[in-house]
Design a protein around this ligand. Sequence first.
Ligand code: PLP
Length: 409
Amino acid sequence: MHDLAGLEARFGATNYAPLPVTIVRGDGVYLFDEQGRRYIDMMGAYSAVSFGHCHPRLIAALSGQARRLDTISRAYFNDRLGPFLARACALTGMDAALPMNSGAEAVETALKAARKWAYKVKGVPADRAEIIVADGNFHGRTITIVGFSSVPQYRDGFGPFPAGFRHVPFGDATALAAAITPNTAAFLVEPVQGEGGINVPPDGYLAEVAAICRAHNVLLLCDEVQSGLGRTGRLLACQHDGVAPDGLMLGKALGGGLLPVSLFLARREVMDVFAPGDHGSTFGGNPIAAAVGLAALDLLVEEQLVERSARMGAHLMRRLQAINNPLVAEVRGRGLFVGLELRRDVDAGDMVRNLLQAGVLTKDTHRNTIRFAPPLIIDERQIDWAVDRLAEVLDAAVPQTVTEAAPAK
Ligand code: PLP
């Protein structure tokens, strides 16, 4: 048998550090390695696999469409895109949607829309538009986006970066109000920061932010690439605060775990800044992506996965909070978007590797946090099994960590 991990290492780039497991098959909440060993997927491909792996209805939408019509580019209309965009707008309450592929592309689209809106509608002088972002943000990996990341590694070696971005602390509406100038086009924010450590802002933060933006004629752009589509127990995480943004980004789960499918959705006035030739993507909105996206949205509603995420998320939180272990510093999250933060002297990466051995797939994220974003189809029994394994792994780590951390006598 090939050394598959070795092949990736030999011929790939080293921009990821995968855990030592090669997955060859997926089914629902489970993944299987080369030896047929089963793992429960508590990561959900960074929230891209809300429906479970290889959902038969999504596979049918994908393969049915692939047999009928593939990519034709946006030089022509296709019979799948309109229904997909209409469904996405009806569900989210937005007026219009622009299809892209990756989440980062949807964010880039939002940034372009906001700047052009600032010049054409708000009347900001040419090349002076500012966009405010939050500390600890994660919006993707393009040069523009990493240019306003607050993680030094994401920026290191990739400058120079586009100008026109300012930072405010996440969760601090007063700081946002103070940072706004007459040239401010937009505030870009994740309603729950995912990669930044599953950071949930104070209750009412987003509502306050929305009021401030409205008062200053500033667009509120919510990046729900990760937090959207039921992940936090509401269709959109901004709905926890009753907020309807001016621009919205969706991705990840929108492709049903099968394809990269993303959308920038907006109010009509914002979307109308785009004229033919201003923006585009060869594969964005292709018939297969549109068919899968539409099937994913239908499935989300029909299987009541948003409500399920709220219920199962509450169960997961209860179970994690009940873990009595000195290594645990905090459990936080919303819906099935949960982070368990470990004490600073504990290596979350070690725990994640031990969890892999125990049959649980997850991944650490910033600030010593283990992330849990399982498929929304997960049930209580499966959550219990995964949390029991976690509790065992943490228990096994206690004496070792305490000994290592103890000062030398
Ligand atoms: N925005 C948010 C909030 C994300 O969490 C991510 C990815 O993790 C992205 C954008 C980028 O998405 P993609 O990796 O599909 O470009």
